[in-house]
Design a protein around this ligand. Structure first.
Ligand code: AMP
Length: 515
């Protein structure tokens, strides 16, 4: 039985030492075979151990998608260290706060972060070719170390050992840090591997343009590719045309996406040709418009598969792979090994066809939240996700909204996503987000923030036209009481509109261009 995620690398190195494991599709296009990856993982593990780091201590990775990230990730896991992947494009305060909260002992970072961490007195290793100034160490230094005759210290034998601390993508007030064990990550990798048709197999070339600091790319994509012995092509930053060229040039066959990428490619000339050799295109991690799913299918020549997941589940919960292809709004059925039920607000099973909160049970679930592992699955193993969904008679799930975004107007439930979909179809709208605001009469009222598709559009005229549009299509209590035209809306790293940041900004008006 595999107990430690890093064992997946050593297994591939013995099965296929000369096969290509990883390629960077930019710069000098560095690549590693499975044997070279395994060797680097051992060397970095030896260096980390030589620094006196022991199982349970935290190491932060503040890295874009580059070879040093998987190498350090597997090296740290091999020793039982806990990896804290951090978004290198997040504001400095957010990054340093996450490192402080999780008690990070050492950081491996992109060159532009070296001064920040060294200045904060944290032992810092910098990725890249340049020889940095002391006290920062170059990554190449780590690769000169070897485990020595006594080898590495034994890896922890307990699958419950913590592997990852990962913030959920809320990036603000309600952000929580999820504790994921080796057991959870390996279980989810196996659950995905059992899907038919297989999303990734040994002959595949998988592109990773999604950021590896997010669990979707790190475990569902990279973890799966390593489990299967597929080649992973790393892209450091999505570019509409360049990424298509990478896909064609490297013979990519599996393309995991997030909705903003789908929108950027939909209808783009050359997409069909660039994707001609692709076997699977799969979008996940954030809501996607059903019309966009259909349009993309036509314009790319491939059905767009979908998946639903969350950090707390390691992350994949459902997929449309292997389901009937005629439900563009559905995120598919739960993976084998994951139990899913819908629960009413009074804690009982929702009536068939009614919305309910998604509760999950399975070996892929979190241990709890940092620091005290509280808030994890209950005594019976069930975890309430905070997402609301509907199951159809075939067992396929459609997401309705997040429970915490629900607005209750005079006792009636308003799911913001329904209102957003109606407004998005209205005249002159580029983007829209709906939230609840306190209201003396009705308890809460619906407020919509709208970005106009035409710069300089008159806000009053636009709001009036949208209210009219909504009146014809929504029950009266769902029609926004207020429509506020703004310059832009805050997004999470997976492209979702960040409701938590929007709410925080609401509380401090003027930020984010809100009027
Ligand atoms: P995070 O764990 O921060 O990546 O966020 C997970 C959340 O993203 C879930 O709880 C859902 O609310 C949302 N989400 C994930 N996948 C999808 C999807 N396919 N469609 C709609 N929302 C999704």
């Amino acid at each position: 039985m595999t107990v430690n995620v890093a064992e997946l690398v050593s297994r591939q190195a013995s099965l296929d030492p000369h096969g290509t494991a990883l390629v960077e599709a930019y710069g000098t296009e560095r690549a590693l075979t499975w044997a070279a990856l395994d060797d680097q993982v051992s060397r970095v593990a030896a260096w980390l151990s030589g620094q006196g780091l022991v199982a349970g201590q935290r190491v932060a990775l503040v890295l874009t998608n580059r070879l040093e990230l998987p190498v350090t990730y597997f090296a740290a896991l091999r020793l039982g260290l806990v990896v804290v992947p951090v978004n290198p494009r997040a504001p400095q305060d957010e990054v340093t706060a996450l490192c402080a909260t999780t008690g990070v002992r050492l950081v491996v970072c992109d060159p532009d972060w070296a001064a920040t961490f060294a200045g904060a007195g944290l032992p810092t290793v910098v990725a890249g070719d340049d020889d940095p100034q002391a006290p920062v160490r170059p990554f190449s230094h780590l690769l000169q170390v070897s485990p020595g005759p006594r080898g590495l210290p034994p890896a922890p034998a307990d699958p419950e050992t913590t592997a990852l601390l990962m913030p959920t993508s809320g990036t603000s007030t309600d952000q929580r840090i999820v504790i994921l064990s080796h057991r959870a990550l390996l279980a989810n990798i196996e659950q995905v591997a059992a899907v038919e048709p297989a999303p990734v197999s040994a002959d595949d070339v998988v592109v990773v343009m999604l950021p590896l600091f997010h669990v979707f790319a790190l475990n569902a994509v990279l973890g799966q590719a390593v489990r299967q012995g597929a080649c992973t092509v790393l892209v450091d930053r999505f570019d509409r045309d360049e990424t298509l060229r990478v896909i064609a040039r490297h013979g990519v066959t599996v393309v995991p996406l997030a909705p903003p990428v789908v929108a950027a490619w939909c209808g783009r000339p050359g997409v069909q040709t660039a994707l001609a050799g692709v076997r699977v295109l799969l979008s996940g991690a954030a809501p996607i418009d059903a019309d966009l799913v259909e349009e993309f299918g036509v314009s790319s020549g491939h059905p767009l598969e979908q998946g639903y997941g969350l950090t707390e589940a390691g992350p994949v919960v459902t997929t449309t792979l292997g389901r009937s292809g005629d439900k563009p709004a559905s995120v598919g059925a739960p993976l084998a090994g994951i139990e899913l039920r819908l629960v009413d607000k009074d804690g009982t099973e929702a009536e068939p066809g009614d919305p309910g909160e998604i509760w999950l049970r399975g070996p892929n679930l979190l241990s709890g939240f940092w620091p005290d592992a509280s808030g994890g699955p209950d005594d019976d193993g069930w975890f309430a996700t905070g997402d609301v969904g509907i199951l159809d008679a075939d067992g396929d799930l459609t997401l309705v909204d997040r429970l915490r975004d629900l607005v209750i107007v005079s006792g009636f439930n308003v799911y913001p996503r329904e209102v957003e979909e109606v407004l998005a179809d209205g005249p002159g709208v580029a983007e829209v987000a709906v939230v609840g605001v306190e209201d003396r009469e009705t308890g809460e009222a619906v407020r919509a923030y709208v970005v106009a598709s035409r710069p300089g559009a008159d806000p009053d005229t636009l709001a009036a036209a949208l209210r009219e549009h909504a009146r014809g299509r929504l029950a009266r209590f769902k029609v926004p009481r207020e429509i506020v035209v703004v310059d832009s809306l805050p997004h999470t790293t997976t492209g979702e509109i960040s409701k938590s940041r929007l709410r925080a900004a609401q509380a401090r008006r003027g930020v984010l261009g809100l009027q």
